[in-house]
Design a protein around this ligand. Structure first.
Ligand SMILES: Cc1ncc(COP(=O)(O)O)c(C=O)c1O
Length: 375
């Protein structure tokens, strides 16, 4: 059997990693400013993370959601406190798409409606309703297109008002900082307008924090920069630091009932151990504050580079926009300078999504390398 060939691969084979350093099979060291697509939040192989997972593995890796699992309760408690979202309940699943799928389903159950409002350039995952709410026709199969989704431009108050008042929508789904799309954001006024209109029209507001959450933006959740309260928050990526896990935070106005949502693997013991370790480290090492201050440092350095036309994003979720397409630049960074960065739908944008415990020295190394490849 061979692999179903859907990923264009760089010719690099990582075999070990520590912090933001990754080594390939030939012993070459790389600096990881991509975090495996915003997944590595507390750094690769953090000792507390490794110890907690190993310890849990020795005890028990998995049992299903048909028995008591105090680790899930401990996680919900810690997550609520650290994120300042104590009035939400946690449902655990396995990925970002699955989190959004469940969020959209809950919105539909809650309102009895089926249509969804999403935004231009959004990305919410590759499954059923999540991919339908993703602004990319090339990954929407006919089966996904049965879902009715209206894509609106970000920050267009008039267009939003016209649609939301039509009494047909169950949900608005929104990234507070677009990841895959290229780091565009709703303004605070627009996000607050959305929240207000959702309330008035009984439409569920879903904050997709799969990429921007878990401290990456310099606050626990990126929507917290805008002083609004979503009805549902979805999380994944940084939550498990590489362990596949996702979650849905439902405001306590949503009433659960047995069987309403479910999953075999979601919230298993090993996943909980990984997630608890991540929260311990985020808290003990002040990683949210680090993301905020190092994001500012990064931006100060970026504006000194003349080829960079625009610096987007917040905290350690940053996009550098050039006046040329960056595919070659990214290749040079990997093969010549041994630095991983990310790309976006906006082909002129280089994405920077490192672990939240990087240092100024790491950022200096990145800019030295960038200057070299831009010569
Ligand atoms: C904002 C956002 N939502 C959802 C997803 C889907 O997450 P997953 O790939 O874990 O299904 C992604 C993945 O990049 C994302 O960036």
């Amino acid at each position: 059997m061979k692999l179903f060939d859907v990923y264009p691969l760089y010719d690099v084979t990582p075999v070990s990693a520590k912090g933001i350093e990754v080594w390939d099979d030939k012993g070459q060291k790389y600096l990881d400013f991509y975090g495996g697509h915003a997944v590595i939040s507390i750094g690769h192989t953090h000792p507390h993370y490794v110890a907690k997972i190993k310890d849990q593995l020795d005890k028990m890796a998995f049992y299903s959601n048909s028995v008591q699992n105090p680790l899930q309760e401990e996680l919900a408690e810690k997550l609520g406190k650290l994120s300042d979202c104590t009035d939400y309940d946690l449902f655990m699943c396995n990925s970002g798409a699955e989190a959004n799928e469940n969020a959209l389903k809950m919105a539909s159950f809650h309102t009895g409606k089926a249509k969804v409002i999403s935004f231009k350039n959004s990305f919410h995952g590759r499954t059923s309703a999540a991919v339908a709410a993703t602004d990319n026709p090339s990954i929407n199969a006919p089966i996904n297109q049965q879902q009715e989704v209206t894509f609106l431009p970000l920050n267009d108050f008039e267009a939003f008002e016209k649609v939301i008042t039509s009494d047909a929508y169950c949900a608005v789904i929104l990234e507070a900082i677009q990841g895959v799309g290229g780091l565009d954001e709703p303004s605070t006024e627009f996000y607050q307008f959305i929240a207000k209109k959702c309330k008035e029209n009984n439409v569920v507001l879903i904050a997709d924090e799969v990429q921007s959450g878990y401290g990456r933006s310099g606050k626990f959740f990126a929507f917290q920069h805008h002083n609004i309260q979503p009805d549902i928050i979805t999380i994944a990526k940084g939550m498990g630091n590489g362990f596949p896990v996702g979650g849905v935070l439902l405001h306590e106005t949503f009433k659960p009932s047995y069987g309403l949502l479910g999953t075999t693997f979601g919230g298993n013991h090993l996943a909980c151990a990984a997630c608890l370790a991540v929260l311990d480290v985020v808290d003990n090492e002040n990683l949210i504050a680090n993301a905020a201050s190092l994001g500012s440092y990064f931006k100060e350095k970026a504006v000194e580079i003349p080829q960079i036309k625009n610096v987007k994003g917040r905290g350690l979720m940053i996009g550098l926009e050039f006046d040329f397409e960056v595919a070659d630049l990214r290749k040079k960074l990997i093969y010549d300078e041994h630095i991983f960065t990310g790309s976006a739908k906006n082909k002129k944008l280089l994405r920077f999504l490192p672990a939240l415990n990087i240092t100024k020295e790491h950022i200096d190394l990145f800019f030295e390398a960038l200057k070299t490849v831009l010569k």
